[in-house]
Design a protein around this ligand. Structure first.
Ligand SMILES: CC(C)(COP(=O)(O)OP(=O)(O)OC[C@H]1O[C@@H](n2cnc3c(N)ncnc32)[C@H](O)[C@@H]1OP(=O)(O)O)[C@@H](O)C(=O)NCCC(=O)NCCS
Length: 179
């Protein structure tokens, strides 16, 4: 365990194979990172009162904040945070107690709130706000604050999800090799 990756309440983050957590990022508590996940500088992944799960090859880019809502009198089950595979989370994104599918691009500076569900293969434009409990349907571009559905994704955009995830896998491999 490094200072970046910290246990809480006796629960240690679990890391898959070839995971990169930058020394300037923080990952705390009940967090599981799938194989080839990358967590970039000044990102906070704080699984202190509920669980956070992140699927394989997902990148969480610089200055992002990932957190949950605890179970209590106002939220009986709380809101865990679940993120799928091949998700690109841009710089300065806040994800709070929501569910993100596979092959999603979350634009720079966006916020997704408790109970929101983003289905597979969705692009969220930079600077968007996804309100609590909203569902974003597979295959569409959403943007704005609050987000609105703008148009179906083009063929090129549908193919971009795995390209950009793979690009970040290669980049973090360079960082791992330099350690
Ligand atoms: C939304 C996006 C995908 C562009 O989609 P597009 O359909 O090609 O949109 P266009 O560039 O043709 O712009 C269409 C309109 O939306 C506006 N627009 C573009 N991006 C926007 C955004 N993020 N939020 C609000 N409006 C946006 C444009 O200004 C334009 O407005 P206009 O018609 O009044 O002139 C792109 O702007 C974006 O936000 N990409 C995310 C990039 C990112 O954060 N990547 C992560 C890197 S790690």
């Amino acid at each position: 365990m490094t200072n970046s990756i910290r246990a809480l309440r006796g629960i240690e983050p679990k890391l898959g194979e070839r995971v990169y957590v930058d020394p300037a990022a923080v990952v705390i508590g009940d967090v599981e990172l799938g194989d080839d996940v990358s967590v970039w500088p000044c990102t906070v992944v704080r699984g202190d009162m509920h669980r956070i799960r992140i699927g394989a090859r997902t990148s969480v880019q610089d200055n992002s904040t990932l957190h949950i809502t605890h179970a209590g009198p106002f939220n009986p089950d709380g809101w865990p945070l679940t993120i799928g595979e091949d998700v690109t989370i841009g710089h300065g994104v806040t994800l709070h107690g929501c569910t993100i599918g596979n092959q999603v691009l979350i634009g720079i500076g966006s916020t997704v709130l408790d109970g929101a569900v983003v289905e597979d293969k969705v692009v969220i434009g930079a600077g968007s706000l996804v309100p609590p409990g909203k569902r974003l349907v597979s295959g569409y571009l959403y943007m704005g604050s609050p987000v609105e559905q703008r148009r179906p994704l083009k063929e090129k955009e549908l193919n971009f999800f795995t390209y950009t995830a793979g690009n970040y896998v290669r980049l973090k491999d360079e960082y791992l090799a330099a350690e």
